[in-house]
Design a protein around this ligand. Structure first.
Ligand SMILES: Cc1ncc(COP(=O)(O)O)c(C=O)c1O
Length: 392
């Protein structure tokens, strides 16, 4: 883990030089909160203007609890400012809308999260938006897709089913030369393992429902960028669409953030063990995981990330029906759509989906995705071995 915060962050006279320190303590303010070791939840909708100037008006615009989470995440991403949203999709849609204008064209990574693609090519298409999808493995693809009205390049690296990556520095260079904005969904790597703003990307978005929260008890999102861009988001997309994170959600997010470095260390260690185990298993065709040298973009991953989280995919050597009958044999992997929490999960993105949808997102038939949780890696490998060994 590259845990140094190169520029350092100062808060209340303390200098924070590591991500662990930021997660644990940035935003603590014992004088302001009567010595409370954990800042309180400001569970209020409005702030009276009769008292001395404090800068708060109404919780749809800003709230002190939510702001602590924003300051922590901005510091972790080494960005100037961050804004929290009521979901990852709230952050993604606000960020996308903040850079579009009438009749815009967008270039998007083909393996980006499904609802992000749906927002672009189904929902926003109603308002005249056009989207070109690129696999994104070479810069030429992006160059060929650029049009005079291209306003945005949307990246997701690594993506969350096949872990496709884009060269962030190269894309940022191209976009800057052409005056195009760039946004990346950085949910998989988290700000601990990848800081795209340092590579020239304009805006980073996260689903905080995954590793940042980490306990499968909140839905949340965050956008990070320049102070000016975040100020605009506050008063335009976030205030107008009304998708701010509520204070209680922010308080739970803060609790999750305090342990993010230790949780991720464990997710990474177990993710690597489980990926290597699956790769050597006789009933497994292929494993997709950026931490394995067999990943086709392994070198790019090593260049632009300092670690790997615990979400990976594999394809068993079996029919769809046999794969589905294997899932109930798992005792520790629950069948569910999310990831990044303490619990291990399995999802079936490559089964029961049309060939057309699979091809559009580059997902191989039969693909299973697992989120490696905080149980012991040995338990999880035994569980997978037991289920796989029952395959015909
Ligand atoms: C990669 C990725 N981005 C964004 C989202 C959306 O986040 P949320 O569910 O918090 O809206 C998800 C959710 O699964 C995701 O996997």
């Amino acid at each position: 883990m590259n845990n140094r915060n190169e520029n350092g962050v100062t808060d209340k006279g303390h200098e924070f030089r590591t991500k662990e320190d930021i997660c644990a303590h940035l935003g603590d303010d014992y004088d302001r909160y009567l010595g409370a070791i954990v800042p309180p939840i400001f569970q209020n909708s409005l702030f009276t203007r009769k008292t001395k100037e404090h800068g708060y008006i109404y919780t749809r615009i800003g709230n002190p609890t939510t702001e602590i989470a924003e300051r922590k995440i901005a510091a972790l991403e080494e960005g100037e400012a961050a804004r929290c949203f009521s979901s990852g999709m709230g952050a993604i849609s606000a960020a996308i809308m903040s850079v579009l204008s009438k009749d815009s064209h967008v270039i998007c990574a083909a393996s980006a999260y499904g609802p992000t693609r749906q927002l672009l090519d189904t929902y926003l298409a109603r308002f005249g938006l056009e989207t070109t999808y690129v696999h994104g493995t070479s810069i030429d693809e992006f160059e060929r897709a650029v049009r005079p009205n291209t306003r945005l390049i949307f990246l997701e690296s690594p993506s969350s089913h096949i872990f496709a990556m884009q060269d962030l520095a190269e894309v940022a260079r191209l976009a800057k030369a052409k005056g195009i904005s760039t946004i990346i969904d950085n949910t998989w790597a988290t700000p601990l393992f990848q800081n795209p703003l340092k590579l020239g990307i304009d805006l980073v978005v996260h689903s905080a429902s995954k590793y940042l929260g980490g306990h499968s008890d909140i839905i949340g999102g965050v956008a990070v960028g320049t102070a000016a861009a975040m100020e605009r988001l506050t008063h335009e997309e976030r205030a107008l669409y009304g998708a701010i994170m509520d204070p209680h959600q922010a308080w739970l997010l803060l609790r999750g953030l305090r342990t993010l470095p230790v949780r991720l260390k464990q997710h990474e260690e177990s993710g690597m063990k489980v990926a290597a185990f699956l790769e050597g298993h006789p009933k497994v065709e292929r494993v997709l995981y950026p931490g394995l040298p067999s990943h086709p973009q392994y070198e790019l991953g090593r260049r632009q990330m300092s670690g790997n989280s615990g979400l990976l995919s594999f394809i068993p050597k079996a029919s769809d029906a046999d794969i589905m009958s294997m899932i109930p044999r798992l005792r520790f992997f629950e069948l569910g759509p999310s990831w990044g929490g303490f619990e291990s999960l399995i999802a079936t993105p490559g089964i029961g989906v049309s060939e057309e949808s699979l091809a559009a997102a580059g997902i191989p038939r039969g693909l299973l995705r697992i989120s490696v949780g905080l149980e012991s890696a040995e338990t999880l490998m035994e569980d997978l071995d037991w289920a796989l060994s029952g395959l015909a």
